[in-house]
Design a binder for this molecule. Structure first.
Ligand code: FMC
Length: 251
């Protein structure tokens, strides 16, 4: 791992869906790590692309396809697993969790906005016992990157994470008390693992759907996924270009 003062050399990009990953793979000219040189254990569906971009080594990992249903393994469990193993084996200086999210228009989010999350928390881990309640919510501040924010002109907001795409009334209540502007299915899980292993992590999230709007979430999500992914990839590219040649304390 690079010291705080040394230039960042290894970046780990954690993405949940193949649709979100592929434009970044081609932008950074990453190649898939062949099975025989895979650092991942046999049986794990996780996928790793890697390569050098400018003076950075980039590893882009995704949880891969569910073995039974063949769909992207979205959600907290898969994200935590692949992040944990990737930190152990790839030893990144910085993690970028890039993905799509739902946004709250009441908090100023619009479709296509790209946010850098200032805080993360869970909204579907209700444990109404003192202290366990706070453990469940798991609110934490993310690594602050004021210069990335300033340079890239991203929006800032709190991110709330849960394992459902939709929002139950219970979830809504917690999301409100988490003061969240955006909502996803991986961020707080990636943050938990990154903190566990003292690896700085930033959360770049592009809004595919408006949670407090009229349209059904799944419909709006699928409708906007491709277009919003382009905005996400542009933002991630700019973040990576900004990071190149800098140290952690410059971010
Ligand atoms: N609520 C929760 N997650 C998402 C969302 C929403 N309104 N819009 N987009 C997402 C993200 C999640 O993090 C998943 O990776 C994927 O997109 C939806 O399955």
């Amino acid at each position: 791992m690079a010291s705080e003062a040394g230039p960042i050399s290894k970046v780990l990009i954690v993405v949940a869906m193949q649709t979100e990953a592929m434009p970044l793979v081609s932008k950074f000219k990453l190649v898939e790590a062949p099975a025989h040189e895979s650092t991942f254990p046999k049986g794990a569906p996780w996928v790793r692309y890697h390569g050098n971009y400018k003076d950075l080594h980039i590893d882009l990992v995704l949880p891969g396809k569910d073995a039974v249903f063949g769909v992207d393994s979205v959600g907290t469990v898969s994200a935590a697993l692949v992040t944990s193993f990737s930190i152990q084996t790839l030893k990144p200086d910085l993690i970028i969790n890039a993905g799509t999210a739902g946004g709250f228009k009441a908090k100023g989010a619009s479709i296509g906005d790209v946010f850098l999350a200032s805080d993360v928390a869970f909204h579907d881990r209700r444990i109404p016992i003192p202290v366990f309640d706070m453990y469940g919510t798991g609110a934490r501040k993310t690594f602050t990157a004021p210069n990335i924010l300033k340079e890239l002109n991203l929006k800032v907001g709190k991110l709330s994470t849960g394992d459902s795409l939709d929002m139950s009334p219970h979830d809504e209540e917690v999301i409100l008390s988490n003061d969240a502007t955006i909502k996803d299915m991986e961020g707080a899980a990636v943050a938990y693992v990154a903190d566990m292993f003292s690896t700085p992590a930033i959360f770049v999230k592009a809004v595919t759907d408006i949670v407090d709007g009229e349209k059904p979430t799944s419909e709006e999500f699928l409708q906007n996924l491709i277009a919003v992914t382009a905005a996400l990839d542009l933002a991630v590219t700019r973040v990576v270009e900004f990071i190149s040649g800098k140290s952690i304390s410059d971010l």
